[in-house]
Ligand binder design. Structure first.
Ligand code: SAM
Length: 221
């Protein structure tokens, strides 16, 4: 049992359970060609997000952290015809690549990407017509995770599902003195959620092609 096995098992389950998808393959290829870091979710996690969004019957989805739109596509495919997804991305370059990928995936009519620091974009969402989210996926700068959950809560309703990626970071999150701001941001998020009166949450550790990490899943009460 080693990172090699985790990687091979992800490959095994991807081959068994996820149909070959030229659109998603093309997204990963385009991202690589454009020099984007390969920090997108894995195919098995992308499918999990898609399934949770489907189970939530999500019509309005918020994503924080677009990169090249890989997770965006998995999520947007769970939307009904009249659904919409808004994704917040700091990098204009990443957003430009994502927009191209979404167009090729024929999802550009359902997805809007807003460029800027997410914490500054959040207050603009209601006036742009984005609120009442049914599903939220947080996968950007981890130091702001707590604020993102807090902001997402303001735009949620009872039953809204919130998923936060990379909340384990190889176990580094256990270290209260860790100097990495991302680790401290994740710890602040756990503190914020601990005994929160209106959010029920749990966290799951995972191993796979992206190493040892995990995700948090929360439901607004
Ligand atoms: N969700 C994407 C996927 O699975 O395909 C991966 C997102 S990647 C892990 C994180 C993204 O968050 C990067 O594209 C990065 O530019 C963006 N980001 C970093 N800081 C941000 C901020 N303050 N506001 C919005 N986006 C930010």
């Amino acid at each position: 049992n080693s990172p090699k096995t985790w990687h091979e098992f992800d490959q095994y389950t991807t081959d068994k359970l996820i149909s070959y998808d030229p659109v998603l393959e093309n997204v990963l290829q385009t991202n690589a060609e454009e020099g984007l870091p390969s920090i997108n979710v894995s195919p098995v996690e992308g499918k999990m997000l898609h399934m949770i969004a489907s189970l939530s019957k999500a019509k309005n989805i918020l994503e924080v952290g677009t990169l090249g739109g890989y997770s965006t596509i998995w999520l947007a495919r769970a939307l009904p015809d009249d659904g919409q997804l808004v994704s917040l991305e700091y990098s204009a370059k990443h957003a430009e690549v994502a927009k191209r990928n979404l167009k090729k995936a024929r999802l550009d009519d359902k997805v809007e990407i807003l460029i800027g620091a997410a914490i500054e974009t959040f207050p603009q969402l209601p006036e742009k017509g984005f609120h009442d989210f049914d599903f939220v996926f947080i996968d950007a700068d981890k130091q702001n995770n707590s604020r993102y959950v807090e902001e997402a809560l303001k735009l949620s309703h009872p039953g809204t599902c919130i998923v936060v990626d990379n909340v384990v970071r190889n176990g580094a999150v256990l270290d209260s003195d860790h100097e990495d701001e991302s680790v401290q941001g994740i710890r602040q998020m756990f503190d914020y959620l601990s005994d929160h009166p209106s959010i029920e949450s749990t966290a799951i550790q995972t191993v796979g092609s992206k190493g040892y990490d995990g995700f948090l899943i929360a439901i607004v009460k």
